[in-house]
Design a protein. Structure first.
Length: 416
């Protein structure tokens, strides 16, 4: 029997504050940097979810000591260790974990196997395999070429490498984080246009906090320094609460994110502003207030693609069609997020059209529906927004949100 979750309709205008858990993207970058820094680092405000727990296990396999305190959201990392020969890393469903630890594992010269769930095995890895080989590492593809599982061995020397940028920015970020510990440093050149640029800027900022500077896409030989590092709330997760204000009416304030955020996904509030919502920004908070009317828009979301599904849900309630462009690469995420979102909205009677690089959502009145979630946390969290306004919305496999946000449904219900 498939477990489902019924979303409760909000019966009044929202007036709520929420602070989502720590950023997955920042947490996993900080864990890698801390593991490669000789000494003890303390991460404050860390996310405890399936993806970050996968990374904690991965850096332990690479020789780091990890003391995690979930109740206090802190992780103490003793870095500077080395993996035992024959180490095996289970990245679970985590793209960031797998794509970040592959270059890190190639720093040690010992054989390390990286694997994950069938879902992760279906995601592309060819670009990072090619780059590692260019830098001197040996990569054995143990299953289908270009996919996990894979074994990394041989000592990566660094130097000049070429990598494609159009599939995922995670390939580039993983290489940059390994760069300072390579004998020749690292100079990366892109063979195709980079997607999700803000995530690479985030990588550079986290590296800088641990004492390493990146010049463009070049990293000179240097070393990480242990530190105490604070992690801001997850901006991708915040998009669901911003979207809740737009869908259900009223206002929602997200604390801990503001004008100085490292995360590009805070710009989802800008998208809602284009649709007619009022947005107030301070150093430590962003508030989205519904105007009572949403305009359809045409928007390129290549740099904030993790919020594209959120916009699809919001766009159902606009007064004209919404066209989302520039996100063709999200077909290679946990699921084909373009095809899946269009399929599910059509299941609810909404006129949604799949485009080559995105989708077009026509306004409509969704009917009661049991949505499939495709083992994709973002499918579940975005489609849940429909249920704030439409009765009879259910989600199959709601537990998939544990990948990045185990407490999502409790926080969503707290709004009302």
């Amino acid at each position: 029997m498939t477990l489902t979750k019924t979303v409760r309709v909000v019966g009044r205008q929202l007036d709520a504050e929420v602070r989502p858990p720590g950023s997955k993207s920042i947490t996993n970058r900080a864990l890698i940097c801390a593991a490669l820094a000789p000494g003890v680092s303390t991460l404050r405000g860390a996310l405890f979810a399936d993806d970050t727990k996968a990374m904690m296990g991965a850096i332990q396999a690479l020789g780091a000591g990890v003391e995690a305190n979930e109740s206090e959201q802190t992780v103490v990392v003793r870095g500077g260790g080395a993996p035992k020969p024959g180490a095996v890393i289970d990245a679970r469903q985590s793209g960031t974990t797998s794509r970040f630890v592959l270059p890190a594992a190639a720093l040690f010269g010992t054989r390390t196997v990286v694997d994950g769930t069938p879902q992760l095995r279906a995601r592309p890895f060819g670009p990072v395999f090619d780059a590692l080989r260019q830098a001197g590492a040996k990569v054995e593809e143990l299953g289908e070429p270009g996919f996990l599982p894979a074994a990394v061995s041989g000592l990566m020397r660094g130097g000049a490498v070429h990598v494609s940028g159009h599939v995922s920015s995670q390939f580039l970020s993983g290489l940059l984080m390994a760069g300072p510990l390579l004998g020749d440093g690292l100079a990366v050149s892109l063979t195709s246009e980079l997607v999700s640029v803000p995530y690479v800027e985030m990588t550079k900022a986290v590296m800088a906090a641990f004492g390493v500077r990146v010049d463009g896409l070049a990293v000179p030989k240097s070393s990480y320094q242990p530190c105490s590092y604070g992690i801001e709330p997850d901006a991708s997760a915040a998009s669901y609460f911003f979207g809740a204000a737009a869908v259900a009416g009223g206002r929602v304030t997200v604390r801990g994110l503001g004008t100085g955020s490292l995360q590009g996904d805070v710009r989802f509030a800008d998208v809602l502003e284009l649709m007619g919502a009022a947005v107030t920004r301070t150093v430590d908070a962003i508030t989205v207030t519904s105007s009572g009317r949403l305009r359809g828009i045409d928007v390129d979301m290549a740099d904030i693609s993790d919020t594209a599904q959120t916009l699809a849900a919001v766009a159902v309630f606009a007064d004209s069609p919404t066209r989302v462009r520039g996100i063709g690469f999200i077909r290679g995420k946990e699921t084909d997020r373009i095809g899946a979102m269009v399929t599910e909205l059509r299941r609810a009677g909404v006129d949604a059209v799949e485009d080559e690089d995105g989708f077009t959502i026509h306004p409509g009145e969704p009917r009661p529906t049991v949505f499939h979630t495709y083992e994709d946390h973002r499918m579940a969290m975005s489609l849940a927004l429909l249920g704030l306004r439409v009765p009879g919305i259910e989600l199959e496999d709601p537990g998939c949100v544990a990948k990045t946000y185990p407490g999502f449904f409790a926080d969503l219900e707290s709004l009302g």
